[in-house]
Design a protein around this ligand. Structure first.
Ligand code: NAP
Length: 284
């Protein structure tokens, strides 16, 4: 059994990204991420700080626009529109969740697909569905695909079972695996007898948010397991997969923490770079 080391892969991608960005900078091309945060949610503030630190590490310029809890929809949309029209900004991200009085869908609609580095917009989801090369992908599933690539895990013709159908993890992951020629089964809370599906998985992706939903008796020998789940119980973090049991049967498995988690911000940095070089005005 091989542990899929997300910290190692994340570090490797960031180093490669730093080199590419330095090269682009030397040719007069720069990259800038604008993060807009509304209110004072402590968890969101930590995420936003980590994004800014990640940018600094690889040489992406960043700015955080902090708006008060009392921000109106019009004020938020005006800031987004300014950044959309600012050619120095390559990527725009609105930190979610927004305060309850704000309509996130209507705000996010203002970000054009080419600056939507979270990959959540209708445009990018549409491009992913149509298998278009210039899509910016949702960062967590994109990170999982990069983990599979790093370990040269064959995907073509494999049966991938994705548990979870959220718009940010499960659904885009199922499309990315389909795009890689897997046969894909998507399971969710209404799927009866989950084990009937998981036992047939060559590749098992868990994106649910239920500690140890998947146990050793639910998987076959040699399965490749990617666990996006983050479940905080009594101050400790657990995945959706019972790592101790399932790792006895898996050929590859991500630990939690240290597997899928470290990839998410790294892929945001990667998307910000891609957004910059996809832009005709910046192409190097
Ligand atoms: P979500 O929006 O709550 O979606 C959870 C999905 O799991 C839903 O599709 C739900 O089905 C399904 N589900 C719930 N109970 C189930 C069960 N008993 N059997 C099968 N499917 C079940 O969550 P999310 O945003 O996708 O996140 C999933 C997990 O990944 C969470 O633990 C989250 O913290 C973690 N996450 C990690 C990262 C990272 O950076 N590593 C990023 C994002 C999320 P229905 O659609 O039928 O409700």
């Amino acid at each position: 059994m091989q542990i899929i080391d997300g910290k190692l892969v994340s570090k490797t991608i960031r180093e490669e990204l730093k080199r590419k960005i330095e090269l682009a900078n030397s040719q007069g091309v720069s990259f800038k991420l604008t993060v807009i945060i509304v209110g004072n949610d402590p968890a969101s503030e930590i995420y936003v700080n980590n994004k800014a630190k990640g940018c600094a590490e690889v040489g992406i310029l960043s700015e955080t626009v902090k708006m008060p809890e009392s921000t109106t929809q019009a004020e938020l949309e005006s800031v987004i529109s300014d950044k959309v029209n600012d050619d120095s900004v390559t990527g725009i991200l609105v930190q979610l969740p927004l305060p309850k009085h704000l309509d996130s869908q209507s705000a996010l609609k203002l970000i054009p697909p080419e600056k939507d580095v979270d990959g959540f917009s209708d445009g990018n989801v549409g491009k992913l569905t149509l298998f278009k090369q210039d899509a910016l992908f949702s960062c967590t599933p994109f990170g999982m695909i990069k983990l599979l690539e790093y370990y040269n895990i064959p995907l073509c013709g494999k049966h991938a079972v994705v548990i979870g159908r959220s718009n940010i993890v499960g659904k885009p992951m199922s499309l990315m695996l389909l795009n890689k020629d897997c046969t894909v089964t998507v399971c969710h809370s209404r799927t009866p007898n989950l084990a009937d599906f998981t036992k047939n998985a060559d590749i098992l992706v868990c994106a649910v948010g239920k500690k140890h939903l998947i146990t050793a008796d639910m998987v076959k020998d040699g399965v490749v397991v990617l666990d996006a789940g983050i479940n905080r119980v009594d101050g400790k973090i657990y995945g959706d997969v019972d790592f101790d049991g399932v790792s006895q049967k898996a050929s590859y498995i991500t630990p939690v923490p240290g597997g899928v988690g470290p990839m998410t911000i790294t892929m945001l940095l990667y998307n910000t770079y891609l957004a910059g070089i996809n832009d005709e005005k910046r192409r190097v």
